[in-house]
Design a protein. Sequence first.
Length: 471
Amino acid sequence: MLNPVTPAFEARLRDVLPDHAIRQAAPRYLEEPRGRYAGQVGLMVSPTDVGQVSALVAACNDARVGVLPYGGGTGLVGGQISEASPAPVLLSMERMAAIRAVFPEENVLIAESGAILADVQAAADRAGRLFPLSLASEGSARIGGNLATNAGGTGVLRYGNARDLCLGLEAVLPDGRIWNGLTRLRKDNTGYDLRNLLIGSEGTLGIITAATLKLSAIPAVTGTGLFVVASPKAALSLLSMARDALGEGISAFELIHRQGFDFLAETLPQVRRPFDQPPEWSVLIDVGLPRGLDAQGALAGLFEMAMQEGLVDDGLIAQSQAQSDEFWAVREHIPEANRLIGSVSSHDISVPLGALAEFITRGEEAIAAIGEFRINCFGHVGDGNLHFNVFPMPGRNRQDHAEDRPRIKAAVHDLVHELGGSISAEHGIGRLKVADLERYGDPVKLAAMRAIKDALDPNGIMNPGAVLRAS
Ligand SMILES: Cc1cc2nc3c(=O)[nH]c(=O)nc-3n(C[C@H](O)[C@H](O)[C@H](O)COP(=O)(O)OP(=O)(O)OC[C@H]3O[C@@H](n4cnc5c(N)ncnc54)[C@H](O)[C@@H]3O)c2cc1C
């Protein structure tokens, strides 16, 4: 059983932390991007070094007070928001945002966990390197949050997700001890991999305070194409063709449905839409190739081959960086357009590539059987990861469909499960999907997760109620 923050506990914290570290939480720390939760916090703490994080966590553990780790607050599953009582201490990492070191010749960068993702990308770029994790939320999301959620985004196809981009971690365990695992090694088979346990644990096993990150070479030439495809199945055949032709040169491959363009027209008309008539299905392709190759020529050759196979029937190849940015602006503004429309139910799912077209067809049928809705299906199709989001028809709003939401979610997740997929491809479990994890998760895996949680955090102070039900 956890305890609330009392004046006596706050006084004890003031003994071990500087005054400036303890603050009142402004309203923005209690909100989340989709407005689904209203947060409660007993106190907010913003440490400036790992010693302060350690002192805070140790004090919370002694007093059995919950700790809620907070990065950029862009998580989409309520992991950074607690509505439960007693309200936990919100631990914001925003003042630990330094880039500690860059080793360009090793392709390594060490950042504190409060560094904003875009700042990590910029630091890598200044060193002539690429940090390829890329999300529409990169201007706010912090690297600790990215690792805690094992974030994906548009570069996974080529570079992997956050887990694949991390060599080592510094972290504070639930009893306050500091684990120094900030290794720069690429090979280290010395027992259990604590780094991989903490990555994706959503703040339930410890606080990530710094990370060693893997960098890559910046592709010498890049190009962007927006191709109209006949169907999602044709999009996957195009991906296979593109990989045969260009190998690892395919940096991103994103599926966009007409609904995405329509929502942009409705909510964000200032975002330029490249087609006069929005295509039913299109894919946004990025290629990045070594010096001496011609990215636009490669895309043109791919388009021609795909045309001959009947996979594409129209397309645009960016003629400048500005035009490439314009194509990407469409993709990157779709989440904001979705937010402005207001989904009835959003699903971040993955299925094996071979089952993806079937998922879309059967998913649309299952939703139509429940009622009249608009579906915006888009995402990282090359990873088998789709955002299959269900919206009200014009003139209605999400509250009108509150009773439909559980049926919609169950219909989509049952289908994903049947097809061997995942009910959370990249956003995590947070508080939103705890019941789904219990319903669809493998029981042996769930029991092992519970045993790990109880072993590392016997008092259950770390992000109580996220991922696993508070015990
Ligand atoms: C417009 C938009 C687009 C997005 N696109 C993508 C996408 O393409 N791919 C994707 O994967 N996600 C996406 N997201 C979701 C979100 O941006 C990611 O989950 C991101 O990794 C969260 O980082 P954050 O710093 O905001 O974490 P927060 O939201 O602050 O926290 C997320 C979780 O991590 C925990 N946490 C945070 N920091 C730490 C830490 N230092 N140590 C331990 N635990 C911690 C929190 O307790 C919480 O459980 C998107 C979100 C938005 C709003």
